[in-house]
Design a protein around this ligand. Structure first.
Ligand code: TXA
Ligand code: MG
Length: 331
C-alpha cells in the first residue's frame, strides 16, 4: 500500500465529518484530547487497529486505550465496580483512564488489549475529540499520536512532525490544555485501586475522592502494562535532571526563577513555578529545547528540579523516562 497523504482537518463540522468518515473506512485520524493528541482508529476492526501499531512502530504487546463518549458507553465494554464508578463520576469526562476486566463478547479487536484480560477505557473532555467520538458513534482506540518511544504530541504540528505520511489525517484542535497523558488507575485482585501511571489528575485528588490511598504499580506486576518501558518520551539530547544550573555544553530547561548567568540555549517551563503551566508546556518545551540544543551543537540538556506534589509527580515521571539510558545513546 502507498503511504497515505496526511490531511490536516479543521475544527469545523466538515472537518469532523471527514474525520469520522476516515475512521469508518478503517483509516487513522489523530485527534485532540485535553491531555495529548490520540491516534484514533476503529477499535472493533483488526485491520484498523493494526494500522495504529504500524504507524507508530509500537510493539504489539503494548495495549491501547479505548475512547468513549460517556460512562454508559463504557459499561458496554467493562463492568465498573464501586470504586471505579466513583472515579468515573468524579473525573469523566477528563484525564482519567480506568483499567478493568474486559466484558466477554464486547465488540472489540483483540489487538486493542494485546491479549490481556483487561481493557483501558477513557472518556475525554476535549470538545473536538468528543465531537469526533459522537460523529463516529463507535469505540475509538487511541494511543498518543507519536512514534513509539518519542515525546507525546500536544499540537497538530507535533503529530505531523512524527507521523506525517503514516496516517490519513489530523483533526486540528490547537494546543492540548492539560499537556500530560491521563492518570491510569487499575484494581488488584481484592479490588484495591492501583496507580498504573501518574498523569493529568494528581494522585492526591484521586485518593481524596476514594478516601483511601492508591497502591503503587511496582507491587502489581500482573496488572502492569508490559509496554511501560523505562526509556520513553526520548528527545535526541541526553537529559540531566535536578540540576542547579547548566554546565558547559548543556542547554537549560528551567522551572521557577532561573539561576544567574545562563548564556546558552534556555527555556523555562514556568518562571513562576506553576505546575499546571509546566505540565501544559512540558512536551512542547522538550521538543523545543531539543531543537535549540541541536542548533547550538549541544548534546545535553540540564533540567531544574520540579517539586513532587500534585502534577509534579507526573512531570517528574515523564522527565525520568526521557532521561533514562537508551540503547541508541551513549550514557
Ligand atoms: O491521555 C491519554 O491517556 C492519551 C490520550 C490520547 O487518551 N493516551 C495515551 O495512550 O497516553 P498511550 O497508549 O500512549 O498510553 C497508554 C498506556 C500505555 O502505557 C499502555 O501500556 C497502558 O496505557 N495500558 C493500556 N491498556 C492497558 C491495560 N489493559 N492494562 C494496563 N495498562 C494498559
Ligand atoms: Mg504514549
Amino acid at each position: 500500500m502507498a503511504d497515505p497523504v496526511t490531511q490536516i482537518l479543521p475544527d469545523s463540522a466538515a472537518g469532523i465529518a471527514r474525520a469520522a468518515e476516515i475512521l469508518r473506512d478503517g483509516g487513522r485520524v489523530a485527534f485532540p484530547t485535553e491531555t495529548v493528541y490520540g491516534l484514533g482508529a476503529d477499535a472493533r476492526s483488526d485491520a484498523a487497529v493494526a494500522g495504529i501499531f504500524a504507524a507508530k512502530d509500537r510493539p504489539r504487546f503494548n495495549p491501547l486505550i479505548v475512547h468513549l463518549p460517556d460512562r454508559a458507553a463504557v459499561e458496554a465494554y467493562v463492568d465498573l465496580p464501586e470504586a471505579a464508578g466513583q472515579l468515573a463520576d468524579a473525573f469523566w469526562p477528563g484525564p482519567l483512564t480506568l483499567v478493568l476486566p474486559r466484558r466477554a463478547g464486547a465488540p472489540l479487536s483483540d489487538l486493542v488489549t494485546s491479549g490481556l484480560p483487561t481493557l483501558g477505557v477513557r472518556v475525554p473532555a476535549h470538545p473536538l475529540g468528543r465531537a469526533l467520538l459522537e460523529a463516529f458513534g463507535a469505540p475509538v482506540a487511541g494511543p498518543s499520536a507519536n512514534p513509539s518511544g518519542r515525546v507525546s504530541p500536544t499540537s497538530a504540528a507535533h503529530v505531523a512532525d512524527g507521523l506525517s505520511g503514516r496516517i490519513e489525517a489530523i483533526l486540528d484542535g490547537g494546543a492540548c490544555p492539560v499537556g500530560l497523558e491521563s492518570t491510569i488507575v487499575g484494581f488488584d485482585a481484592d479490588g484495591a485501586p492501583v496507580l498504573l501511571r501518574p498523569g493529568g489528575i494528581p494522585r492526591e485528588t484521586i485518593e481524596a475522592c476514594l478516601c483511601r490511598p492508591l497502591a503503587d504499580r511496582e507491587g502489581h506486576a500482573a496488572i502492569t502494562a508490559p509496554g511501560q518501558l523505562a526509556s520513553h518520551y526520548a528527545p535526541d539530547a541526553h537529559m540531566r535532571l535536578d540540576a542547579d544550573r547548566p554546565l558547559t555544553g548543556e542547554a537549560w530547561l528551567g522551572f521557577g526563577p532561573d539561576p544567574e548567568g545562563i548564556d546558552g540555549p534556555a527555556l523555562n517551563l514556568s518562571p513562576t513555578g506553576d505546575l499546571h503551566e509546566a505540565a501544559a508546556r512540558l512536551f512542547a518545551a522538550m521538543r523545543e529545547i531539543d531543537n535549540l540544543a541541536a542548533d547550538a551543537g549541544l548534546a545535553r540538556i540540564a533540567v531544574a528540579p520540579i517539586p513532587m506534589g500534585g502534577l509534579g509527580a507526573a512531570i517528574n515521571d515523564r522527565l525520568g523516562r526521557a532521561a533514562a539510558p537508551r540503547p541508541d545513546q551513549p550514557a
